[in-house]
Design a binder for this molecule. Sequence first.
Ligand SMILES: Cc1cc2nc3c(=O)[nH]c(=O)nc-3n(C[C@H](O)[C@H](O)[C@H](O)COP(=O)(O)OP(=O)(O)OC[C@H]3O[C@@H](n4cnc5c(N)ncnc54)[C@H](O)[C@@H]3O)c2cc1C
Length: 369
Amino acid sequence: MHIAIIGAGISGLLSALEFIEEGCSVSIFDQQSAGKAASWAGGGILSPMYPWRYPQAVNDLAKHGKNLYLEWNEKLRPISGIDFEIHETGMLIFDQTDFEIGLNYAKLHNEPMQACEHLQQQQIQQINPRISNQFEQAIHFPQIANVRNPRLLKSIIGYLKQHPQVQFYENTWIEKFIIQNAQIHAVESTRGERFEADHYVISTGAWSEHWSSQLQLQIPIAPVQGQMLLFKGPENWLPTMCMNEVMYLIPRRDGHIVCGSSMNHLGFDHRPSTQVQQDIYKASLNMVPALAELQIVKQWAGLRPSSPTGIPYIGQMPNIDNLWANFGHYRNGLCMGPASAQLLRQLVLKQTTIVDPQVYTPNALVSTL
Ligand SMILES: Cc1cc2nc3c(=O)[nH]c(=O)nc-3n(C[C@H](O)[C@H](O)[C@H](O)COP(=O)(O)OP(=O)(O)OC[C@H]3O[C@@H](n4cnc5c(N)ncnc54)[C@H](O)[C@@H]3O)c2cc1C
């Protein structure tokens, strides 16, 4: 079976891995170089921020992220030569208004990832002596990890590019579908090239609304800009991830610390702004004052594929037998990515599914006819 995947972000790349594992062949298309959009720009926290603020359907996929990435890292590393570092730092959250609900959520769900304890200042300082002493309490999630997402993408792309069942088409914007008798017959690029497959997957992230007019559907996906700031310190300088007022710090093993983020509706503009950089800088120092001593080495912004509830669309698109969705992951596409791709593969190949697929179905998309 041959699968054409439009969009080589984490959603498309992991889908490709899932399909080739089952013996399918894959063509994967991207308008630019693979793995350079939101999936590169993100922070890589392997849990929704404040999971209790998200629908259960988001957490049901996200909870598999860490373990599935551990498995993929073992499988890909010997071939790609890249360790994408699933860094189990745990997370401290300082928002007092979330303490009770966070602790209750942990009890209710009894998931290792949600395990949570209430800490007083002395315990906070033992776990992470860099934290500002203005924080007298925190809730601590010891099992939350982060993945080094630029390396993750490099590893998957490297693995896929050497695989005999995979063809990559970069710098290829897929403009439209060629539809015959409620089936996609081919996709067509802006250069007029046509590519045929048995099944077609839309994993076009923030650009997914593009398909609305041709498919005569309302596809409610819009780009939401998120900006990041990168500090560099000595190795293991910051022992835990930190979160306060929706701003976070994510330490990598080699001393890089990714700080973010903002939420702005600016269309497809992904240029970082000085004002937002200052806001992130201030929020970061508020949690860890000693960051002022470190160098800022980079800043950037990316476009999250926002969906109305944060629940992605995964499954068969309405009215067309061989067209499938895996888009709209909004703020959680890296942690939901592995389970989303697995669910997609299971639906296409008519296998038992990892979760009940109903809540993700694109059948809910409204027709504009
Ligand atoms: C600042 C920031 C921080 C984030 N932090 C986290 C986090 O800590 N944890 C987490 O889980 N998630 C996080 N996210 C969210 C996560 O990055 C996204 O949900 C995820 O990357 C979406 O992946 P995707 O593959 O669907 O989209 P993308 O990575 O955007 O990939 C879509 C691809 O499709 C291509 N494309 C689009 N249209 C076409 C077309 N017509 N033809 C050919 N190619 C096309 C694009 O070029 C692009 O490469 C963050 C996002 C941002 C911006």
